[in-house]
Design a protein around this ligand. Sequence first.
Ligand code: GUN
Length: 293
Amino acid sequence: MQLIDGKLISEQIKAEIAKEVKLIKEVGGKIPHLAAILVGNDGASETYVAHKVKDCEQVGFTSTLLRFDASITEEMLITEIKKVNANSDIDGLIVQLPIPKHISEAKIIETIDPAKDVDGFHPINMGRMVIGLPSYISATPAGIIELLRRYKIQTAGKNCVVIGRSNIVGKPISNLLAQKSDVGDATVTMCHSRTQNLEEICLRADIIIAALGKPEFVTAAMVKEGAVVIDVGITRLTSDKTKNGFKLVGDVKFNEVAPKCSFITPVPGGVGPMTRVSLLQNTLLSAKKAIYC
Ligand code: GUN
């Protein structure tokens, strides 16, 4: 069994990005600039956005954090997004989700200029991805593809089972793995809460992507010997065995599943750090006008 070290790979990619930014600076080129909008003061969102800002600093990007009170109206938020769309110095814009219930998430995402949508959530980017046109691919699926690529895990002709059908993970990763590409050409089955005989389907999988958000859902009985298991889940559970009183667990029962695998991602330190680095990659692509010219 080999652990897929997302932390290590993400550090390597960050070093590659930092090197490229240094070169851009030397020739007086456009320094990538990411803007993040944070509405309200949800604790987890505060942490995620703080990490994104720190990542930008680490690789030499410019970042702007725009904070708004949870009481902001949908109309006002749309106005603020349009200002960022019109600001030619800003290459990438993300609106940290979730946003307050009185604001339509779909409307907000559709207001972001697709050319600055480095989260890859805009329907135009999603649609372009599905038909194989250049697009921003959302961070978690892009991170998974990069891990499979860098660990040289063969996907062509393999049976791949994706558990979960969310817009930001299950749907895009299922699509990407089925596409004709270097990390693709897999036979993909997308499973969800209404799937019947899930255990049987998983037992046929060469690659399992667990992205349903249920802690330790995938057990050894669902995994065939030699399978590759990618764990996207991350849930904070209370624990009396750790100093801080909690532990992070994935969607996979790691201790019993790992011995059966050829490769497996740990939680934390697997897919999570790759998600952060994908956002930087997309922002760099935007500054270089690599997707939308
Ligand atoms: N909330 C949880 N994950 C994400 C993400 O990848 N992007 C944004 N914008 N919000 C999130």
